[in-house]
Design a protein around this ligand. Structure first.
Ligand code: UGA
Length: 460
């Protein structure tokens, strides 16, 4: 098989795993990255984001000389038969998707594309945006197709190499089938459809998964009220093959760079089409409730459920809370729309002091990386936390150090190392033996035996 020349525009959470997978399927890939810092890291053989197995996957491509990195999208595109657009589509204040990076990429590559080249849009875009890219490029010989990605951060390499399905949407079904053939070695089912349907599939998938999570989080809340145990409820649900076990782990609420943005974007799409979608509104609202519920439960456990006259009089207002986990889930360094950030913002705003530990702060036992500390503070500011309240926030370099002198421990991310912690040392460090485990990560029996009050999500 002769290698197909492919380019990938954008070396981020989607672009890099996609590039690594395309190389492993036998293609030659030129990847464009406009951020000079990221580009330098990539050209020096490094990886600018944390993603499991990505370094090895990229190294394999580099060694074979089949993966290179350049600054210019136009340069990357000029030798490619297929150009994959993997640029971000962040959320605008009204909930719609910001398409400016996509437009800019289309403008840059347009003039340098080979005759008959195919542009493949992987970025998550509102229905109709694939045609917008086509119009922006403005060339009759160039076809733009939609090929949404379904990668999860943390397992993005694995998900790219072994996708559940490949969806390609285009006006010309033959071109769509050719794009599908780039992934033939995966053996995944190929669904060829039109662009609007492919774009809708992406939003529908994320909204459905978010619905599953809001549903199980709400059931967990109900379990707390009626004395049922959500873990057995999940078993009873999951054995029904129409429901399955996946995506039924209750937590502090869902977050990350996709679900919050994509559910709101889908709502915006529905509203623009004058289509009422109360179910989706409820899914989003349930998630907001879940984030608040975790802090409410902690507050109640600290003994301050009743309304008080001033913040300083509430136990939260005078407490130091230890927090484990800052990223939006384990196995990633991504802080965007992290439930942990949202929950800590709430704690700080209610007057608590917070000592946080996260495995991505730097080398174990070493100093906190200053760049990482800045990034974290930036997330709180973006969440509306004032500098005065932010003074109450500090970072610690181990899970035990975070607990020193704190009135309670709040577990917000499901890192394995939290499961393996020496609980006796945690007991010694905490001033009061109270654990609120928002990920149902720890074993309640062992924790209670060690002398703690344990509060999980929907567990008795
Ligand atoms: C999500 C989708 O799962 C991917 O299929 C999709 O491609 C991606 O968005 C995207 O649109 O790019 P991702 O945001 O990386 O992937 O992470 P998930 O593993 O889906 O987790 C999302 C949130 O749900 C996290 O906050 C996570 O902790 C939470 N979650 C997930 C739970 O609380 N419980 C679960 O059982 C699973």
């Amino acid at each position: 098989m002769t290698a197909t020349q492919v380019s990938v525009i954008g070396a981020g959470h989607i672009g890099l795993p996609t590039a690594a997978a395309l190389v492993s399927f036998g293609h030659e890939v030129v990847c464009a990255e406009s951020d000079p810092r990221r580009l330098r890291i990539l050209q020096d053989g490094g990886v600018p984001i944390y993603e499991r197995n990505l370094d090895e996957a990229l190294a394999r491509g580099r060694e074979g000389g089949r993966l290179t990195f350049v600054a210019s999208a136009a340069v990357a595109a000029r030798t490619a038969e297929y150009v994959f657009l993997c640029v971000p589509t962040p959320e605008l204040p009204d909930g719609s998707a910001d398409l400016s990076y996509l437009r800019q990429a289309a403008q840059e590559i347009g003039p340098s594309l080979l005759p008959q080249a195919v542009v493949v849009n992987k970025s998550t875009v509102p229905v109709g945006a694939t045609h917008l890219v086509e119009q922006t490029i403005g060339r009759d010989d160039i076809m733009v197709v939609s090929n949404p990605e379904f990668l999860r951060e943390g397992t993005a390499v694995e998900d790219s190499l072994h996708p559940d399905r490949i969806v390609v949407g285009a006006d010309d079904q033959q071109v769509a089938a050719r794009v599908g053939a780039l992934f033939a070695t995966t053996g995944a089912p190929l669904l060829v459809t039109d662009a609007a349907t492919a774009e809708t599939i992406k939003y529908a998938s994320n909204a459905f998964l978010a619905t599953k999570l809001s549903f199980i989080n709400a059931i967990a809340g109900l379990c707390d009220e009626v004395g049922a145990d959500v873990r057995d409820v999940i078993l009873g649900l999951g054995y029904d093959h129409r429901i399955g076990f996946d995506f039924l782990r209750p937590g502090p609420g869902w977050g990350g760079s996709c679900f919050p943005k994509d559910t709101r974007a889908l709502l915006h799409i529905a509203e623009s089409a004058n289509y009422d979608f109360p179910l989706l509104r409820a899914v989003i609202q349930t998630n907001e409730t879940q984030l608040r519920r975790i802090v409410d439960r902690l507050e109640t456990a600290l003994g301050c459920g009743a309304p008080s006259v001033s913040e300083a009089q509430t136990p939260l207002g005078t407490s130091t809370i230890a927090v484990w986990g800052l990223t939006f889930k384990a196995e990633t360094d991504d802080l965007r729309m992290s439930p942990a950030i949202r929950i800590i913002s709430d704690l700080l705003t209610r007057g608590a002091r917070v000592q946080a530990y996260d495995p991505t702060l730097g080398k174990a036992g070493g100093p906190v990386l200053p760049e990482r500390a800045d990034q974290i503070r930036q997330e709180f500011r973006a969440d509306g936390v004032s500098d005065a309240k932010l003074d109450g926030f500090s970072l610690r370099t181990s899970s035990v150090l975070a607990c020193e002198g704190a009135s309670a421990l709040l577990v917000l991310t499901e890192w394995q190392e939290f499961r393996d912690v020496d609980i006796a040392r945690v007991r010694k460090a905490l001033e009061r033996p109270l654990i609120v485990d928002a990920r149902n990560l720890l074993d309640p029996a062992a924790i209670r035996q060690a002398g703690f009050q344990y509060i999980g999500v929907g567990r008795h």
